[in-house]
Design a protein around this ligand. Structure first.
Ligand code: FES
Length: 109
């Protein structure tokens, strides 16, 4: 697990980008609806950073063309995005948020 930040440093409705050696794209961690969620930061439609978007409930709105992604699943909830973004496991240990980057399927094959 990779440490991200302390819980008090990520207020509700906010996000933080984390760059991890060897992991692309960059991961964004969100605090929404009392939980923490991690997604690939790059929108599946074009090259926009979801961490620059707006959190609404358990969704983030892409700042470029307003596609909504479910923070729990990475699934798009509306066009123009059609493909999901990858999700990553998040846990909180001793007040510190951690993320476990998902393994790319092509890296496993
Ligand atoms: S870049 Fe995200 S919806 Fe177009």
């Amino acid at each position: 697990m990779i440490p991200v930040c302390r819980v008090e440093d990520l207020p509700e409705g906010e996000s933080v980008r984390i760059e991890i050696d060897g992991v692309t794209p960059v991961i964004a961690v969100f605090h929404a609806e009392g939980g923490y969620y991690a997604l690939d930061d790059t929108c599946s439609h074009q090259d926009a950073a979801l961490s620059d978007g707006w959190v609404e409930g358990c969704f983030v709105e892409c700042p470029l063309h307003a596609a909504l992604f479910d923070l729990r699943t990475g699934a798009p909830a509306c066009l123009p995005a059609r493909r999901p973004v990858r999700t990553h496991e998040v846990s909180v240990l001793d007040g510190m948020i951690h993320v476990r980057p998902a393994v790319r399927e092509e890296a496993v094959a």
